[in-house]
Design a protein around this ligand. Sequence first.
Ligand SMILES: Nc1ncnc2c1ncn2[C@@H]1O[C@H](COP(=O)(O)OP(=O)(O)O)[C@@H](O)[C@H]1O
Ligand SMILES: [Mg+2]
Length: 603
Amino acid sequence: MIYSYLLGLFSSILREQANLTHDGPKWIVLDGDIDPMWIESLNTVMDDNKVLTLASSERVALTPSMRLLFEDRVKDSSGESPSLKETLQHPLDTLMESRDSPGNPFPSGDPSPPPVWFNFRSESHSSQAVKRTSQTFRRRTHGWLQNSYVASWIDRRQHQSEKANLTILFDKYVPVCLDKLRTSFKTITSIPENSLVQTICTLLECLLTPENVPSDSPKEVYEVYFVFACIWAFGGTLLQDQLSGYQAEFSWWWHKEMKAVKFPSQGTIFDYYLDHKTKKFMPWADKIPQFMMDSDAPLQRVVVHTSETTRLRYFIELLLEKGQPLMLVGNAGVGKTVFVGDMLASLSEDYIVSRVPFNYYTTSAALQGVLEKPLEKKAGRNYGPGGNKKLIYFIDDMNMPAVDLYGTVQPHTLIRQHIDYGHWYDRQKVMLKEIHSCQYIACMNPKVGSFTINPRLQRHFTVFAFNFPSLDALNTIYSQILSFHFQQQAFASSVLRSGPTLIQATIAFHQMMTRNFLPTAIKFHYLFNLRDLSNIFQGVDSRVLLQQPLIYCHFANGREDPCYMPVKDWEVLKTFLTETLENYNELNAAMHLVLFEDAMQHV
Ligand SMILES: Nc1ncnc2c1ncn2[C@@H]1O[C@H](COP(=O)(O)OP(=O)(O)O)[C@@H](O)[C@H]1O
Ligand SMILES: [Mg+2]
């Protein structure tokens, strides 16, 4: 619900329904964050008056066959006004008293159901009635939601033997994994459990094709595929950084507990992909594409493929094909933006990509403008990308926009509305627009902005953690870049030989920096990432390396403020040193130095 034009929209829908003459039930579903500003204007609709008074003093009365259904996640109520609680309290209390089955909006044999219904999911709320309602909902829907999703997914599979195998496998693996995840591991951002389970289904849907798994396959084959999907749905979301290595721990745990499907013992379970031909696990390292670099491209935009990027790419390509929303979550400067940019640039011509970088000031209206730009009007109220193409919105830094006074990030509600319902409204004409053939890929850094996003939006996305590259990967990235560069510029062989040492020294130095200069509340800028590393190598240029003299000192600029800079030429240095020597000789016992080049290098 986007409340900048809500009342226009809401009042026009209300008026439309009030004017309908038939007495069949009419529902208005209000799906989204409830905030006190607009709920207050609905006060008279929700109490016994059942009348909406508009600013123009027009009055629209609810007819007996009209119902409002509110759907929301109940947030922590600390920021909510007393009037919101009161407004909600009254209908909820009547609801609780009058009904023994609060989850059912269509109770049988009830001649006059109340006009307002709620469908809430809640973690905490101080209003007792809301708490009670939401608990009832949770009890009824929680386990049920997961299983019913899985059950209906399995039901849609074609072959009987596959259905039977999958049912056994879900029971065998999923509850154990969820349990372990709850108690021992941490995902990179908070992800609803149901969404993890959905990811398994989505991955299986991509993997269990008739070519990979013909319908008469033995149960062992289903199990290998299931295991592959399961470790990526769960393990792919786990946090792995300097302080905690949940992916590594997950891998140990898996090796220890899940023995039915054998993994090679070297490395972690995340180092292997499932080979469709042999049904064996093979190292991702074998699949890394050859490095190609455009020598004109700025280094900041170059991507060197590593086994980490290769495996992410594999899954992203699988899921993009299905139109599944995707999200990469990782700290600043780990390479999310360049990686997604590189991947989207290599897609076939069937796709159009629209880049939508978010920042603090992104509003839902501005976002809608950007989202609508690549769309064309089709028949009726339908809109979509031109031709038969598919449009990918690349939302970068998803969690950056401002959180409003009542805890809502308005651009997020627009995206959720689109994913949930496939539509949004024309803001001027207050008319529905159906938006087709679009999908989302998003990135975010869980340490900035609003940190997390609304779980009702988050749940749609398949999440992969994008962790800082391993030592091996760092080595690969910079060796490839450096050796390409050295070849291009025809460096002397002595320089070529020093390449690996240079990289090792840089990486070791980077590690020392990150270990010794930890960010704190005050020194929050102590973040050292791939941007710093890339900046070092960006500077490596033949003019610099072969420059004579290759001397850096803090008095390169003479008597000005000390600053560590390269010496421009011998003459300047010589004049400065001679002067300094003369000064010294005046004040101290004379020192007779002859300043020739070697001596100066020594200084
Ligand atoms: N696989 C890679 N190969 C080469 N450079 C990389 C790679 N991954 C990251 N980088 C470097 O890291 C820098 C930061 O990446 P960026 O995508 O801006 O990070 P994020 O979006 O995660 O904050 C890039 O400018 C790039 O130079
Ligand atoms: Mg970025």
